[in-house]
Design a protein around this ligand. Structure first.
Ligand SMILES: C[S@@+](CC[C@H](N)C(=O)[O-])C[C@H]1O[C@@H](n2cnc3c(N)ncnc32)[C@H](O)[C@@H]1O
Length: 219
């Protein structure tokens, strides 16, 4: 007799995420990616608000090939960790940023981290358009467990995710849409909201990406 299958997730094709993201970065010019920014101005405004010393440890999870890393190096920050699940992304980023001791590159999966739990405590975590790809509670819990393990007391976290008006998919993958209250709920009472706004980023091809920008500080 055939057994009834209740769990619909069994029928969804499994995505191999490192392969998915490596293909994205190998098959598309960086400047053509929908999330590419010539100038990461809004994120930089929040970073400036933190008033951190140049030797502060800045962690960029899911960095991809973001120009934020170049910007931070140009601003003389000397202790930056860029992470991604995609080796191809970090190779492209490293090529563009050029030789510098200021940046360490770590390939690791934020939802099953193996190397990241060993890094030093960080002063600032800057996620732009990464958390929203984590669909299951297990993935989200793993991410926030890492946040709470790594961020120092009085340290900061910037979370920039698709807001409630934002896309429901990106790069062919489903996303979770957030507002400030949902992000506060995930971080818990240990983190105070310092700033938050909605901002629709328009990429060089004219594509609109409505994001919620948030800055929290740990107590
Ligand atoms: C939409 S892109 C944003 C890239 C970058 N933050 C920016 O603003 O340009 C999402 C990034 O998250 C990375 N990513 C997706 N899942 C990840 C995971 N589980 N662990 C680490 N990085 C991941 C992807 O490879 C990709 O570079």
């Amino acid at each position: 007799m055939l057994q009834k299958i209740d769990d619909e997730s069994c029928c969804k094709p499994q995505v191999n995420y490192p392969t998915h993201w490596n293909k994205v970065y190998l098959n598309t010019e960086i400047e053509k990616l929908g999330w590419y920014e010539n100038n990461p101005q809004k994120t930089v405004e929040l970073i400036e608000q933190c008033n951190l010393p140049k030797e502060a440890l800045l962690f960029i999870p899911g960095a991809g090939a973001t120009t934020l890393v170049d910007e931070l190096v140009n601003r003389d920050f000397s202790n930056i960790i860029a992470n991604d699940i995609s080796e191809a992304a970090l190779i492209k980023l490293k090529e563009r940023v050029g030789k510098t001791n200021a940046v360490t590159y770590i390939i690791d999966d934020l939802t099953k981290p193996r190397k990241l739990p060993q890094i030093d405590e960080i002063d600032l975590w800057v996620d732009r358009a990464v958390l929203h790809f984590f669909l299951t509670e297990d993935e989200q819990d793993a991410y926030f467990t890492l946040v709470k393990k790594l961020i120092k007391p009085k340290g900061y976290i910037i979370l920039v995710e698709f807001n409630l008006e934002g896309a429901k998919k990106c790069s062919g993958l489903d996303v979770v849409n957030y507002n400030e209250a949902m992000l506060q709920q995930k971080l818990g009472e240990e983190f105070n909201l310092i700033n938050s706004f909605n901002y629709t980023y328009v990429n060089p091809s004219g594509g609109e990406r409505p994001y919620v920008y948030t800055l929290f500080q740990r107590k």
